[in-house]
Write a protein that binds this ligand. Structure first.
Ligand code: GRG
Length: 320
């Protein structure tokens, strides 16, 4: 796996090279800035469940891993324009450095390269990646429809995060499994694992927005509250009722100043909403592990289950 991730780095950099040095620079910006490469690792990990020990995966699996990271990157370029974000992956965002028009076009370019690479892996993979780009847009649009809505339901929240985050984890695992030629029941099990992991991942991300510092996140904390995105810990705090819920509801519904955001975060931190959201993340992590039951034993299967458990370690270490 470590060697495979180095191959992903090389292939990612190569995938955005063009004859225009300016476009190459903009399209490379967030690749060079780093990132956890969670989605490529899922594609490789899923493919590697086909063998008991983790040897190097095929070049096609590396291409599949690159295609999903490029879609993720394209979505980040566009997301940062929508949010007017100034920082991403601890560096200046593309929109802040070069402007919105450049960020949108470079994001489109990343999606184009992702599609070209996916097409080289066959029509099933190409169709799947295209459908997933659509799912990301659906999830994001649903989130937009509920911004500044203190009545946002848990069902609406879960639908949105399934689309905007979990669908790409599901597709990362599915593409790795398809390209590795795994049996269909394993392809489906790994897809379910990716989807369930992705939901837990986003819940954890949403908890950290309330509990972590700017330094720990590498971007401003409390951002969701400022932007009017009311996530699971907030929804649960409101549902708990009582004075805390009333106070929180009094703050929500329109853009917040930084002081108001701190106040709102304080209310959520003091109540049971965080612990209850954490318990839900734990349930999704458990379900993710169960989804892999049809697979035989392998180092990769253990590593995927370990990655899911690690989500909880992160959130517990920061909350505690
Ligand atoms: C153009 C594909 C496309 C989509 C348009 C903007 C949009 C619709 C969707 C955005 C979806 C989005 C930003 C979801 C959040 C995903 C998320 C959890 C990002 C953070 O992922 P990490 O922590 O980041 O894996 P790194 O930097 O480590 O890769």
């Amino acid at each position: 796996m470590p060697g495979d991730l180095t191959r992903v780095e090389d292939a990612l950099r190569a995938s955005v090279r063009t004859e225009d040095p300016f476009l190459t620079e903009i399209a490379s910006h967030l690749i060079l800035a780093g990132g956890k490469r969670g989605r490529p690792a899922f594609a490789i990990g899923a493919a590697a469940t086909g063998t008991a020990t983790m040897g190097p995966v095929s070049d096609d699996v590396i291409s599949g891993a690159v295609s999903v990271e490029l879609v993720h990157l394209g979505s980040l370029y566009h997301d940062d324009v929508m949010d007017e974000a100034t920082t991403r992956r601890t560096v200046e965002s593309v929109n802040a450095k070069w402007g919105n028009l450049q960020a949108i076009l470079a994001g489109d370019f990343l999606l184009a390269r992702a599609s070209e690479i996916a097409a080289s892996l066959g029509t099933e993979v190409a169709g799947l990646l295209a459908a997933t780009i659509g799912r990301l847009c659906e999830g994001q649009i649903l989130e937009l429809q509920h911004t500044y809505n203190p009545l946002r339901t848990e069902a609406a929240y879960v639908s949105s995060i399934e689309g905007k985050t979990a669908s790409l984890y599901a597709t990362a695992a599915r593409i790795g499994a398809i390209v590795a030629g795994l049996p269909r029941d394993h392809v489906d099990a790994l897809t379910q694992f990716g989807l369930t992991y992705g939901i837990a991942f986003q819940i954890v991300d949403d908890i950290l927005d309330i509990t972590a510092t700017d330094e720990q996140l590498g971007k401003p904390a409390g951002h969701d509250l400022v932007e009017g995105v009311y996530t699971l810990p907030v929804i649960r705090t409101l549902a708990d009722g009582g004075d805390a819920a009333d106070q929180l509801r009094g703050l929500l519904g329109s853009p917040l100043t930084l002081e108001q955001m701190d106040e709102a975060r304080g209310i959520v931190r003091a109540g049971d909403g965080l612990a209850s959201a954490q318990a839900t993340a734990r349930e999704y992590v458990a379900r993710a592990g169960e989804a892999l039951t049809p697979l035989g034993d392998s180092e990769a299967r253990d590593a995927l289950i370990g990655a899911a458990a690690h989500l909880l370690t992160t959130v517990e270490s920061i909350a505690g």
